[in-house]
Structure formats: structure tokens, C-alpha cells
Design a protein around this ligand. Structure first.
Ligand code: SF4
Ligand code: SF4
Length: 384
């Protein structure tokens, strides 16, 4: 069986006309925007706007990609709305700061695209969900006719890869994400939750900003890496498979792909994807760096099993967060957003009680100063 199609197009720069051309070409390869968006529709662009970071930091989707999508949606006679609910508080003040720094206010000024400031939330029923039959989601979802997931090609300390499927965790409002992390401490459960969310949202299209991505300790403390590709697909799972393969990430270790495959939504073999557009081989990146926490594959797999020995070993062997005090400015974000609340602030600096740490790595993801690093213990280092 073939999954997709996935349009892959070479795109080497964020210059507006270059990105416009790449987005249009991808959509033409997929049958044209009119196949997915009808006139009069309200279309939510669920962008990965992880935190208040400038576009060149490679953490959030680039405004040139969002702008190209906005113009395409408008040309189809529909109304684009830019939205996200990053980790931390979900307030209009926080959103304003994120839109400004991430370049979305500029997109709004240039195109008239709406920026979502509705911070309401709602409970929804999700009867087909495996982990969540009921969910709390951002309210704007009920006011739109279609969703497009706009993701950034990056590594992730917890899930190895953050793509179009993981991006939709951002429809769970701010601090509610911490509750879900606490409830679904096991990676397999968390990844099933991500599939539940993706199946609930059912994006009509998913877009991968792989022009410049992030390798190493993503999603926020890694290194910026030029990749030179833009990808779009109506199938978010197939898009993730092709995007992760493009940078050589091991598909069998990406939990969302494994969970999607187990539910018959996708395959974890690149050969099963229907690829259209430019040559995969020519765009392939050979030496993309993995996150620190995910470099010893067989140990990670052993630790992800559900047995009691693994549960015991996990406490001692799983990579753990460490605060680099020379970089820490004492803002307290890590303590505020740590799901089990095991980070305390003492004399203006955070202290982590690793006994209660669920290894969700939110502290690393949300630290605005790259002051939290994920460290492997001696056993992992030995195998590395
Ligand atoms: S979020 Fe980062 S900078 Fe802020 S207190 Fe925690 S470690 Fe320090
Ligand atoms: S200390 Fe960091 S990794 Fe551990 S539970 Fe808190 S946020 Fe998650």
C-alpha cells in the first residue's frame, strides 16, 4: 500500500519569491489548492511557534513559509487564521509576544491574515481515541472549517523527531499540556495521545518547513542546519516519514510513526510513500545529529518497554536534565512549567529533584536561554 502523496521540492532560501514558488509547486504536484480549500472557508494555520524565538534561530516555522501559505489560501478565496498554543501560559499577552518575535505580526501586516487571540478552551469528545476519549483543546478549532499543520523539521529530545503530527500537540492549551505529560508518562502512551489528537484534528494539509531545520538537541537547544527542502502532503504521517527519512533519522525509533503504523494509518518504510517532485537522493542529508537523549538506540528501546525492571532502570539510566548555571538567568520558566513540579527556585536559581523527574524534557524545551542540557549517565556514555 502507498501512503501520501508527499510533495518534496528543493528550496534553498527564505526569500519570499523563492518560498512562494516552492509552496505553489508543491501544491500543483498535489492537484492544486482548490482540491483541499474551498472559497469562504476559514483555515487555521497551526504553526509551530514553540516560544518567543526569532525566525533565524531555526526553532519556529519561518514567516516566509507562513506568508506563502496565507497568500495561497487567500487566492483560493478562503480566510487564513494563524494560531498556536505553545508550552506555558495561553494568554493574549503571551501570544502577542510570540507573534511579534516569530515574525507573524509582519505576516499579518503584509497580508491581512488574522492572528488568533481567542484563548478560550473547550472539552471535546473523541470516542475513537486510544488514550484520550475526551480532550481539552483550544476553542478556535470549532470556529474554522479546515486546519493546516505547519511544522518545522527538527529533532526532539523526547520523541526524537518533531514533525506535522507532534506539532498538533499545540492544540492542547498551554498548561494543560503539562497535565497530559503527567498522565501519559510512558513514551508509547504519549505518542498514542499525539495520534489521538492528530486523528481528531484531521489536518487537510501538512507542511514541513525543512528549508532550515534543527539537529542535535532539539526542539529548542539544538543547532541550526540548512536542509533546503519544503514538503507538503494531505497525509501528516506520510509527511513525517519522508521528512525524517530525508535527514536520515531512524524511522523505527520515532514513536509517532510507530504508533501510527500500529493503527494502520501509515507505514514506517520510506518505500511505501508516494513521493512526487524533486529527487529525494539529491536532497538527502547524511550526517544529521541526533539529540543527546536518543543516541543509544537499543538501550532506549529497552527502557521504553513496560516491564518493571525497565521502570526501575529508567530512573537511573534515562538521560536527565541539568541546569547550566552560567547560562541560567533565573527566569523561573522551567520551574513554572515542569509538569510534576519538581524544580524549585532557590536563591534565584532552579534546583531539579531528579527522583520525581518524568523525563519529559519540557524544561529544556521551554528554557529561553538554552540553560538546560540533557545529559546521559556513565552507562550511556560507555555504549556511545
Ligand atoms: S528556564 Fe532556563 S534560564 Fe529560566 S530559570 Fe530555568 S534554567 Fe534558568
Ligand atoms: S525536570 Fe524537566 S524533564 Fe524532569 S519532569 Fe520537570 S520538566 Fe520534565
Amino acid at each position: 500500500m502507498q501512503y501520501g502523496p508527499v510533495a518534496l521540492v528543493k528550496c534553498d532560501s527564505y526569500q519570499n519569491d523563492v518560498v512562494d514558488g516552492a509552496v505553489n509547486r508543491c501544491l500543483e504536484l498535489l492537484g492544486g489548492i482548490g482540491r483541499y480549500i474551498k472559497p469562504g472557508m476559514k483555515v487555521l494555520l497551526k504553526c509551530n511557534l514553540l516560544s518567543r524565538r526569532r525566525p533565524e534561530e531555526g526553532i519556529t516555522v519561518h514567516p516566509a513559509v507562513v506568508e506563502a501559505l496565507v497568500k495561497t489560501i487567500q487566492s483560493a478565496g478562503a480566510i487564513p487564521i494563524i494560531a498556536d498554543s505553545p508550552g506555558g501560559l495561553y494568554t493574549d499577552r503571551v501570544l502577542k509576544g510570540i507573534y511579534r518575535v516569530c515574525g507573524m505580526e509582519d505576516v499579518h501586516r503584509r497580508t491581512g491574515a488574522l492572528l488568533n487571540y481567542d484563548t478560550g478552551v473547550m472539552e471535546v469528545s473523541n470516542p475513537d481515541g486510544k488514550m484520550a476519549k475526551r480532550m481539552t483543546v483550544i476553542k478556535i478549532l470549532q470556529d474554522v472549517d479546515a486546519v493546516i499543520s505547519v511544522a518545522k523539521l527538527k529533532t526532539h529530545e523526547l520523541t526524537l523527531f518533531t514533525g506535522a503530527v507532534k506539532n498538533l500537540f499545540g492544540v492542547i492549551p498551554g498548561m494543560t499540556k503539562a497535565e497530559y505529560h503527567l498522565r501519559m508518562k510512558h513514551l508509547n502512551d504519549f505518542s498514542d495521545l499525539l495520534i489521538d489528537i492528530c486523528e481528531y484534528v484531521k489536518p487537510v494539509l501538512s507542511v514541513m518547513d525543512g528549508i532550515v531545520g534543527m539537529e542535535g538537541n532539539g526542539p529548542s537547544a539544538g543547532d541550526v542546519r540548512h536542509i533546503g527542502a519544503l514538503l507538503i502532503s494531505p497525509n501528516p504521517y506520510a509527511l513525517d516519514v519522508v521528512s525524517a527519512s530525508l535527514v536520515g533519522l531512524p524511522l523505527e525509533r520515532i514513536c509517532t510513526i510507530k504508533s501510527a503504523e500500529a493503527r494502520g494509518l501509515c507505514s514506517s518504510r520510506l518505500d511505501d510513500m508516494e513521493l512526487v517532485g524533486d529527487s529525494f537522493e539529491q536532497l538527502y542529508i547524511r550526517d544529521f545529529k541526533l539529540p543527546n537523549s536518543r543516541q543509544v538506540g537499543f538501550l532506549i528501546r529497552a527502557l521504553e518497554s513496560n516491564n518493571r525492571i525497565a521502570e526501575f532502570l529508567k530512573v537511573y539510566l534515562r538521560p536527565y536534565p541539568v541546569v547550566m548555571y552560567d547560562k541560567c538567568v533565573g527566569c523561573g520558566d522551567c520551574a513554572r512549567y515542569c509538569p510534576p513540579k519538581i524544580i524549585s527556585m532557590a536563591e534565584g536559581k532552579p534546583k531539579i529533584d531528579l527522583n520525581g523527574c518524568i523525563r519529559c524534557y519540557c524544561c529544556q524545551e521551554l528554557c529561553p536561554h538554552k540553560a538546560v542540557v540533557i545529559r546521559r549517565n556513565w552507562f550511556f556514555r560507555l555504549f556511545k
